[in-house]
Write a protein that binds this ligand. Structure first.
Ligand code: OXD
Ligand code: MN
Length: 623
């Protein structure tokens, strides 16, 4: 502890928590930083983090007040640190469990710890290490979990300040308990200016369930580095699924139908880069959260949910004034905002699909950039990375929901599950009941995107958009969903959405803002405002209801022929999907019976439908 000066050590000691001291001592000794700085909830400390990120060139100021840009490591279009690294993310398990979960990367705990602790030995040499305390969830709330972060990246520490609630004072209230998560992160050896991680081959993100901690090294991309984001998500999934609540990859939004004087709250899980944030930020609605929620059965008979975050780390690609007016406005006005992996010219950020005229040159994640620049493998380097991001606070937005920090959270009236599916499912369907809703969520498929490393456009299974973070068996997880809903007096209605349906020529069948109509329709269904058409896979909207909603909300004339194309049921395609689902779930040991009952029932109904008609697409008007 010699390297922590008296003032900083006093800040830790004031917490009266032996476990905090132990963790700090252990990892400072291992990582060997030059200096240690402890950050409390004081404005002075928080400003220090923001300023250090700039002094160290991890962030650079842009023209608009409060705006900065950060870059993550980049060597080539296929070797970079611009997305989540699923391959090097491992869940540490007891020896006899290694390799026994088909969808989870597991490694024997002792072996994994040895490997990562070896890599971490001296990883902070020459760096300043910052110690931060946060609260995952609202303060003074039954939902919340505290988190301790050690990192040598001021970009990470600054991002967490935008994204999470400060928790130093909450740690004081712990009364010495060791009931918190902790995260040790190091960018490792750095290269260049701005400084980026050099040894990407030694990037590791190891999740130690037993200790409630994650060790992450040789990376900067927030999905890998920020303890409180996807790393805490995994620890919380483990905790929730071994208790009686849920941790989900959900946004939470308030839906405000015109002329109704009511608010309904919806959660929604979509894989990364599938329209999740842009749903939560739809015009006329309010946002509670865009990424991660904790849910509990509440005294009023509803499930209540809280956003464990208070900010957004959103994908910036295709955010423009036309398609995402609310987000675009937030990003083009002065406020504390970190842009990452975008193009900068004369202090202004540019990104793919921003609707502006792109300059021919500037600075981006590959250094100096000119139109036509290629990596050393001859691949085009786009002006901004497709997974370039922005980080902002929700409470500063005009559309922030007033319940964001409410310790009781908000009641959940409905849940959406969505994926990137070009040819199988209609834009929106309503489940027949809760268990069918769990089945729909568990059967989400989605084509891969640039938010994770690897090839794009490959169809993958994405149960509840949570498979990347799954640290318990899928069977147990699905079962917990079933049980959770069955405990509720007021069960949320479940909807499956698909914003990405295309025609045979590969053209999208819907406009980007059409999702507003699906959301408003779903909200109306919760309150019995609309009738629906029952099909074997669930209930779909009636044409005339949608026609009215399109006019009212988007001022669009929604044509019946478009409705028919979008809402036709495709038994052949859906049966193929069921085959894929079957193959997946057959590999799991403990899939609950209700899942197979629904599966078999759906399959029979679809086979009947297919036998009745020669057409691959059955018009919604025929049901
Ligand atoms: C995210 C992700 O950043 O899911 O939210 O990748
Ligand atoms: Mn996410």
């Amino acid at each position: 502890m010699e390297i922590i000066d008296k003032k900083n050590l006093e800040k830790i000691k004031a917490l009266n928590n032996q476990f905090v001291l132990k963790v700090v001592d252990e990892f400072i000794s291992l990582c060997k930083p030059l200096k240690v700085t402890v950050i409390t909830d004081s404005q002075e400390d928080i400003d220090y983090v923001r300023n250090r990120a700039i002094e160290l060139s991890e962030e650079t100021k842009l023209s608009l007040k409060g705006h900065t840009v950060h870059y993550d490591g980049f060597f080539t279009m296929s070797n970079h640190d611009q997305a989540r690294d699923k391959g090097n993310t491992q869940v540490l398990v007891p020896k006899d469990e290694e390799g026994s979960y088909p969808w989870i990367n597991t490694m024997e705990r002792e072996k994994g710890l040895k490997e990562v602790l070896d890599i971490m030995d001296g990883c902070m040499k020459g760096h300043e290490c910052v110690i931060r305390f946060f609260c995952l969830g609202p303060k003074n709330s039954k939902f919340s979990i505290l988190a301790l972060q050690l990192t040598d990246s001021f970009y990470v520490a600054h991002s967490e300040d935008l994204l999470y609630r400060a928790g130093y004072e909450e740690f004081r209230k712990l009364n010495g308990s060791d009931d918190f998560f902790y995260f040790i992160h190091s960018s490792g050896e750095l290269t260049g200016k701005p400084p980026v991680t050099k040894n990407l081959d030694k990037r590791r993100i190891y999740i130690d369930l037993k200790e409630g901690r994650v060790l992450s090294v040789n990376n900067q991309y927030a999905g890998n580095s920020l303890g409180l984001k996807k790393l805490a998500l995994r620890l919380a999934i483990y905790k929730a699924n071994n208790e009686d609540w849920l941790t989900e990859h959900y946004f939470i939004m308030g839906v405000h139908p015109k002329g109704k004087n009511r608010t309904s709250f919806f959660c929604g899980a979509f894989p990364s880069a599938c329209g999740k944030t842009s749903t939560a930020m739809l015009p006329g609605q309010t946002i509670v959260g865009d990424d991660i929620a904790y849910l509990r059965v509440w005294e009023d008979g509803y499930a209540h949910s809280v956003n464990i975050e208070r900010g957004i780390f959103g994908i910036i690609k295709d955010v423009n004034a036309k398609n995402d007016p609310v987000i675009f406005d937030a990003l083009t006005t002065p406020r504390e905002t970190i842009f990452s992996n975008v193009l900068v010219k004369d202090g202004k950020p540019y990104w793919i699909g921003d609707g502006s005229t792109i300059p021919d040159g500037g600075h981006n994640y590959s250094g100096n950039w000119n139109k036509g620049k290629k990596d050393k493998n001859g691949r085009d380097i786009p002006l901004a990375h497709p997974n370039a991001r922005y980080t902002i606070r929700i409470e500063e937005l005009n559309n922030a929901d007033p319940n964001l920090h409410k310790p009781d959270g908000v009641p959940v009236h409905g849940i959406f599950y969505g994926g990137r599916d070009s040819d199988t499912m209609p834009p929106v369907i309503e489940s027949l009941d809760w268990e069918h809703g769990v089945f729909l969520g568990a059967s989400i498929e989605s084509e891969t995107t640039s938010a994770t490393l690897g090839e794009e456009g490959v169809r993958m299974k994405q149960p509840m958009a949570n498979l990347d973070f799954m640290v318990v068996s899928l069977g147990k997880y699905i079962k917990n969903h079933q049980v959770f809903g069955n405990r509720l007096e007021h069960c949320p209605k479940v909807f499956a959405t698909n914003y990405f349906l295309k025609n045979k020529e590969g053209k999208y069948l819907n406009g980007i803002l059409d999702k507003l109509c699906w959301v408003i329709w779903a909200e109306g269904r919760v309150h019995n405002d609309f009738n629906a058409i029952k099909t074997p896979i669930g209930n779909i909207p009636k044409y005339l209801d949608l026609k009215t909603l399109f006019k009212q909300y988007l001022d669009k004339d929604y044509k019946e022929e478009d409705y028919i194309k979008q809402f036709s049921i495709r038994p052949k395609k859906i049966l193929e999907k069921l085959d894929r689902i079957e193959a997946m779930y057959k590999k799991e040991k403990d899939v609950p019976e209700f899942f197979w009952n629904i599966f078999n029932n759906q399959k029979n109904l679809l086979i009947n439908l297919k036998n009745k008609s020669d057409s691959e697409e059955i018009s919604p008007l025929l049901f």
